[in-house]
Design a protein. Sequence first.
Length: 287
Amino acid sequence: MSARPETPLGAYLRDRRTRLDPAAFGFTGRRRTPGLRREEVAQRSNISATWYTWLEQGRGGAPSADVLNRIAAGLMLTETEREHVFMLALGRPPEVRYKPKEGITPRLQRLLDTLEVSPALIKTATWDIVAWNRAAAVVLTDWSTVPPGERNILRRMFCDPGVRTAQQDWASVARFVVGAFRADAVRAGAASEVSELVDELCRTSPEFAALWQENDVNAHADGVKRLWHPILGAIELEFSTFAVDGRPDLGMIVYNPVTQGVRDQIRTLVCSSGNEPEYDCPVSKSA
């Protein structure tokens, strides 16, 4: 009987297994091949050695998500490697497990700061703002003046009269925001994490409570934001949203001025704000 051909899943599991140091896990004894033995991976994964062997050999059918998660833990896989195992075995990524982290990296903040005239924000899956650039502070909201526990887009949208006044069509924007927020929270596996915020807003805002009951969802991919700014007047900003690689708990929103005139006005505001970061501001011409 010819040998069963190796499957992509089996090859990947074997490769990961052979890269591990047995001594690091308390396994001793002479070995003919590097890495852990199959039965040792099975022991660490709390599954039968026969079942694990079958997986490497491409036998036994598709494993369950629970088995794959156990093997991922047993092999000390990273999140990227765990996702790859799911794709090989089941043709889909694993169910999202929301793990919020504090803050962002300096590299990500520097990226925001390079966007001189484009307001940019980093938000969590629960729509808390954790980072922003100077353009966002002068055009949208200076989040440094907002207490950390209140830096939430929905809380500002429904509880801050100034934010409501700045929207050219608050009712439409509010409906869109609630639908996008619901979709984001579920996609990130954070449905339970947003329950406290949702309960709070349902108590304090009848408008939010009504919209939340409608159960609508929206894609927060891109669009146009129309605002009334106290200095710039009526402005339009095109926005796009981006995932932050390696941080499924975060998303980035970048707003680009639609016209060159607004771009120039924002640059002037940023340069005259007197706060870091300092940009290469043009020299003002006398009248």
